[in-house]
Design a protein around this ligand. Structure first.
Ligand SMILES: [Zn+2]
Length: 110
C-alpha cells in the first residue's frame, strides 16, 4: 500500500482510498464490482436485444400482412401485430425496471 499526495490539500493518502480523509476530494472513481458490471452490461445487452427483437417482429408482421390474401387476414395480421407489439413493449419496460433496479443496487458506493 503506497501513499500518494492529495492533489487538493497535499495530505499523504493511501492510494487505495477513494476520497481524501482530510478535504474529502474524490481521488479515484469507485469501480463497479463483478455483479455491478454484469448487470450494467446485461442492461445494455437487454435493450439492444429487445430492439432487434421488436424490429424483426415488425418485419415478420409486415410480411404476414403483405402475403395475406383476404382483407380479413390483413386485419388479423394488423391486430395481431398491435397486440404483439404492446406485449413486447410491456416485456421491455418490465425487464428494464427489474434490471435497472439491479444496476442501481450494485452501483459503487462513493
Ligand atoms: Zn485532500
Amino acid at each position: 500500500m503506497a501513499l500518494i499526495n492529495c492533489p487538493e490539500c497535499q495530505t499523504k493518502v493511501s492510494d487505495t482510498a477513494l476520497k481524501c480523509p482530510k478535504c474529502g476530494v474524490q481521488l479515484r472513481k469507485p469501480k463497479r464490482g463483478f455483479f455491478g458490471k454484469l448487470f450494467k452490461w446485461g442492461f445494455i445487452g437487454f435493450n439492444i436485444l429487445m430492439l432487434i427483437w421488436l424490429f424483426s417482429y415488425w418485419d415478420s408482421v409486415g410480411d404476414l400482412a403483405n402475403t395475406a390474401g383476404s382483407d380479413a387476414a390483413k386485419a388479423g395480421a394488423a391486430i395481431g401485430g398491435t397486440i404483439g407489439t404492446s406485449m413486447l413493449l410491456g416485456l421491455w419496460v418490465f425487464g428494464d425496471i427489474i434490471l435497472g433496479l439491479f444496476v442501481m443496487f450494485t452501483r459503487p458506493k462513493s
